[in-house]
Write a protein that binds this ligand. Structure first.
Ligand code: AHR
Length: 322
C-alpha cells in the first residue's frame, strides 16, 4: 500500500516538475540559443506569502528570459528531493530552492555538485557544514525578524504578560530563527512569559486549530506571537469564536505583512507586523545569470525589510501589491 502511494506521488511530482518547461532538458546557457534553464523546487502553497513568492519567481523568470521548471513540494522534504533529482536528470543550468526544513540536504546537493549544476538557496537556509554545496543564499534574516517582534512587545507592555506562540513548520529555518530572535529580546523583561508554544505549520487552518486548543488549556492569554500572518489570521477566528476581541482582549504580533495581514492590522485585529519580503524573483534571476556565467556572487544576500504598526498599515495598504 505504502509503495503504491509513493509511486503515485512520484508520478504526480514528475508531471508537475516538467509541466512548466518543455521537458527537453539541457539549457546551459546550454540551449542552442543560450537560454538558461532553472529548476525551482518550491516549498508549497501554505500561505499568502508563499503565493506572492511563487508569483514573483514565475514572473521574474519570464521577464529575465529564463526557462523555469517549477515544482510544488506540498511542504514535504521528500517531494523537494525528488524534484531536485529530476532537475539534475534533466540537466538544468541552475537549481534554486527554498528548503522546507533546515537539515537533510547534503546527499542531494552532492549529486547536484557532481553533475556540476550550481544551486542557489532562496528564502530559507539549510543547516550543513559544507557551504560549497550552494553558491549563495538569498533571503531574510529570520532571527532579526523574531527580534523585531520581541522588541515591540518589550516596548509596548507593562506588568505580567502571558504569550502563546504559534510556530511555523517544525524544523524550518523561519520557525527556528523567529523563535530564537523573539526569546532573545523578551529575556530582558522577566514578566513576559511564553506559556505555550506549538506549530501551526504556517497555515491559517493550523493557526486556528492550535489557538482553539490554547484558549481551552490556557486560562490567561494576553498575547499571540504567530510566526506568520496566516497563522495569526487563523488565531483571530478562534479568538472571535471564543467571544473575545482580537487586538484588544488578546494582542497579536505576526510576521510577513501580506495584504490580508495588513488589512487585519489596519482594522485593529492585529497589533504589530514584522515584514518578510516575498518578492525575491528579480534578485534570484540576476544571481542565477551570474552563477551560470561563472561570475562571483556574494555568499549571502539579505532582504531589506521593515515593520508596521496599525497606523503605518493604514497608510501602506492602498499600495500593497500582495
Ligand atoms: O519562509 C518564509 C515563511 O514561509 C513565511 O513567513 C511564511 O508565511 C511562509 O510559509
Amino acid at each position: 500500500m505504502r509503495k503504491t502511494i509513493t509511486t503515485a506521488l512520484a508520478a504526480v511530482l514528475l508531471a508537475a516538475v516538467t509541466a512548466c518547461g518543455d521537458g527537453s532538458g539541457g539549457g546551459a546557457g546550454n540551449g542552442s540559443d543560450g537560454t538558461i534553464t532553472m529548476g525551482f523546487a518550491q516549498v508549497g502553497a501554505e500561505s499568502g506569502w508563499r503565493t506572492a513568492n511563487t508569483k514573483s519567481i514565475q514572473e521574474s523568470a519570464k521577464s529575465a528570459g529564463i526557462e523555469l521548471k517549477f515544482s510544488d513540494a506540498q511542504q514535504k522534504q521528500e517531494n523537494q528531493i525528488k524534484a531536485i533529482r529530476s532537475y539534475i536528470q534533466q540537466k538544468v543550468d541552475v537549481i534554486a530552492f527554498s528548503p522546507v526544513v533546515e537539515t537533510g540536504w547534503d546527499t542531494i546537493l552532492l549529486e547536484a555538485q557532481r553533475a556540476k549544476i550550481p544551486v542557489i538557496l532562496t528564502d530559507r537556509a539549510i543547516d550543513s557544514d559544507d557551504t560549497s554545496l550552494y553558491e549563495t543564499f538569498l533571503g531574510s534574516d529570520f532571527v532579526e525578524e523574531g527580534k523585531k517582534a520581541g522588541k515591540w512587545l518589550v516596548e509596548n507592555t507593562d506588568g505580567p504578560v502571558n504569550v502563546v506562540e504559534l510556530q511555523g513548520t517544525t524544523g524550518a529555518a523561519p520557525a527556528i530563527d523567529r523563535k530564537e530572535g523573539f526569546e532573545a529580546e523578551i529575556r530582558s523583561n522577566p514578566e513576559i512569559k511564553v506559556v505555550a508554544s506549538q506549530t501551526g505549520d504556517f497555515t491559517r487552518s493550523g493557526g486556528k486549530q492550535v489557538m482553539e486548543a490554547f484558549l481551552k488549556s490556557q486560562p490567561d492569554i494576553d498575547v499571540v506571537y504567530a510566526h506568520n500572518d496566516d497563522m495569526g489570521l487563523g488565531a483571530i477566528e478562534a479568538i472571535k469564536a471564543a467571544g473575545k476581541k482580537p487586538g484588544v482582549d488578546v494582542k497579536i504580533i505576526t510576521v510577513d505583512a501580506v495584504k490580508d495581514g495588513m488589512t487585519a492590522l489596519a482594522n485593529g485585529e492585529i497589533n504589530f507586523i514584522v515584514e518578510c519580503n516575498p518578492l525575491l524573483g528579480p534578485q534570484l534571476m540576476d544571481l542565477a545569470k551570474k552563477v551560470v556565467a561563472g561570475e562571483e556572487v556574494p555568499e549571502r544576500v539579505v532582504t531589506e525589510e521593515t515593520t508596521f504598526t496599525q497606523e503605518q498599515a493604514k497608510a501602506a495598504l492602498p499600495d500593497r501589491k500582495y
